[in-house]
Design a protein around this ligand. Structure first.
Ligand SMILES: Cc1cc2nc3c(=O)[nH]c(=O)nc-3n(C[C@H](O)[C@H](O)[C@H](O)COP(=O)(O)OP(=O)(O)OC[C@H]3O[C@@H](n4cnc5c(N)ncnc54)[C@H](O)[C@@H]3O)c2cc1C
Length: 502
């Protein structure tokens, strides 16, 4: 039988994961990427002896990467070294309170005692609640390409669906468990791993607390970009035909079936299936024919699926070390409700934003010269697509960020900067193509979409599938890597006749 051909558009983690899994299912795979390197948002930048991961800095659920490598009979540890990071986060509150988050439970309880009289019972209850959510997801969300509630129901008993706390939001549930402003703000922030608003995202996302505290957070030696390098090596071994610097211009369609893609140089590449790692909405807007069917689908998706937050990223190489900071640090806002309202409802950057600083050189000397720090500073801001959003003066906003950091303990930060580079939502959109420069794909919203994402199988064309942050199970390194695997399973199930095994 003739070997089937698959084309993957985009070499983000979702695209590479799909490409790897499709080879295991017998496809001859071509991966076409517009940029000059693999990894998409997982990227890196160097200057004046500093190295920065410019996208993800926190790795959770490394089992997803292990599972991908195992699916093609490889061991992840032969490609990268994954290490746990402890303490996981250092957090700073506006009133001077400082609290370390750690997976060492006795230590975590001691930390919590700084802000509450009786940390034990509340915390263990919350952790078991969060673990239960995670385990429910392991039965469905993390195993199959789920499309909607009907799909979800086919994997769970009614009792389990109620255990998912469907009537509650992340913030309502943390309030119920803690009724403590510090702990609510801290645990609500975990949902920013998927770029959503804790006040409107479904409570099931509180599982992210178990994902971090129970399963740990991790770093890849040599920098997170090593993950992209490892997948690149693996694709070479599997003979995936990788074409860099090759933007896809449009989908090639015959009737209601996608039969290939055309690249900007005019070449037509034929395929039995096309997998888009470009998000679903931009893929329909930019690559699909301008038909009434496509327009109708795009409009209906836009109504239901808002992009997640975008970000202002400052890469700062400093001539000294900020000794009080750990590998991962959060400088919280004074009023989180106001902060999220401004970003999500009013479409403007928060007056007082929460700021994340990652310093990979705390775990890895190779990332900064001796005695210096490589600061990855991320502030979440609304995506460009937010209709209410006005143009933003990024120079001014940078000053606000630096003012806050200096006020909260990073004395002399401005004067210490010897290397600086900046990414804005405009840069993220033009570099990787996500809707409005969205960092994590689609925002989970209990009312709008129930936390479901856009189906991985196109509702418009046969032979067209999606991977990455806008589709199931969502954004972030583990989720998009899982999406590649789950979409490959879906392709195997939907596309017939069965393909020849390689
Ligand atoms: C600043 C920042 C910080 C983050 N921090 C974390 C973190 O700490 N932990 C975590 O888990 N996640 C984090 N994330 C999120 C994580 O990086 C993303 O969810 C994930 O990398 C997205 O992968 P993807 O496969 O969905 O898409 P992308 O990485 O966006 O890949 C899409 C690819 O498609 C290509 N493409 C687009 N259009 C075309 C075209 N027409 N032709 C050919 N190719 C095309 C793009 O160039 C790109 O390579 C962060 C992201 C950012 C930006």
């Amino acid at each position: 039988m003739k070997q089937k051909k698959a084309i993957v558009v985009g070499a983000g983690l979702g695209g590479m994961s799909a490409a790897i899994r499709l080879t295991a299912d017998g496809y001859q795979v071509k991966l076409i990427e517009k940029n000059s390197n693999l990894g998409g948002k997982l990227n890196r930048r160097e200057g004046k002896g500093f190295t920065f991961d410019t996208g993800p800095s926190i790795l959770t659920m490394p089992w997803v990467l292990e599972q991908l490598f195992e699916s093609v009979h490889r061991r992840l540890e032969d490609y990268i070294t994954v290490e746990r990071v402890e303490p996981q986060w250092r957090t700073f509150f506006e009133d001077g309170t400082q609290l370390d988050v750690t997976s060492d439970l006795p230590n975590m309880l001691e930390e919590m005692a700084k802000v509450t009289d009786k940390p034990n019972r509340k915390f263990t209850d919350f952790l078991s609640y969060s673990q239960e959510m995670y385990e429910l997801c392991m039965k469905s969300f993390y195993k199959y390409s789920i499309q909607d509630l009907k799909d979800l129901k086919s994997h769970h008993k009614l009792k389990e669906l109620f255990q998912m706390d469907p009537m509650s939001t992340v913030a309502r549930s943390t309030h119920k468990h803690f009724d403590n402003k510090y702990l609510e703000q801290l645990f609500n922030f975990f949902v920013m791993y998927v770029g959503s608003n804790p006040y409107s995202s479904p409570a099931i996302l509180n599982q992210l607390v178990y994902v971090q505290l129970g399963l740990g957070i991790h770093y890849v030696k040599g920098g997170m970009y090593q993950i992209a390098e490892a997948m690149g090596r693996l694709m070479e071994e599997l003979r995936v035909d990788v074409q860099l610097n090759t933007p896809v211009q449009q989908l090639v369609v015959e009737g209601d079936r996608v039969v290939g893609v055309e690249t900007e140089d005019g070449t037509v590449h034929e395929a039995d299936v096309v997998v888009s790692n470009l998000e679903v909405i931009p893929a329909y807007r930019r690559l699909a024919p301008n038909s009434s069917k496509v327009k109708k689908e795009t409009k209906s998706l836009e109504k239901k699926f808002d992009p997640t937050v975008s970000g202002l990223v400052l890469l700062l190489g400093t001539d000294k070390k900020f000794e009080n900071l750990k590998h991962h640090n959060f400088f919280f806002s004074e009023d989180p409700e106001k902060e999220f309202k401004q970003i999500f409802d009013q479409g403007k950057p928060a007056d007082d934003p929460t700021i994340y600083i990652g310093i990979s050189s705390r775990s890895d000397d190779s990332q900064a010269p001796a005695g210096k720090d490589n600061l990855f500073v991320l502030t979440h801001v609304p995506p460009l697509a937010n209709k209410k959003r006005k143009p933003i003066d990024w120079d001014q906003y940078r000053e606000k960020v630096l003012d806050k950091l200096e006020r909260m303990g990073m004395t002399g930060l401005r004067d210490s900067i010897e290397f600086e580079y900046r990414f804005t939502p405009e840069d993220l959109e033009s570099l990787y193509g996500p809707n409005g420069g969205s960092i994590y794909g689609i925002a989970a919203d209990r009312k709008n979409n129930g936390g479901f994402k856009i189906p991985s199988k196109s509702q418009v064309y046969e032979g067209l599938y999606f991977v990455g942050g806008s589709t199931h199970p969502g954004g972030g390194v583990p989720m998009v890597t899982l999406s590649g695997q789950l979409t490959a399973d879906l392709i195997k199930e939907k596309e017939s006749p069965k393909v020849k095994q390689a």
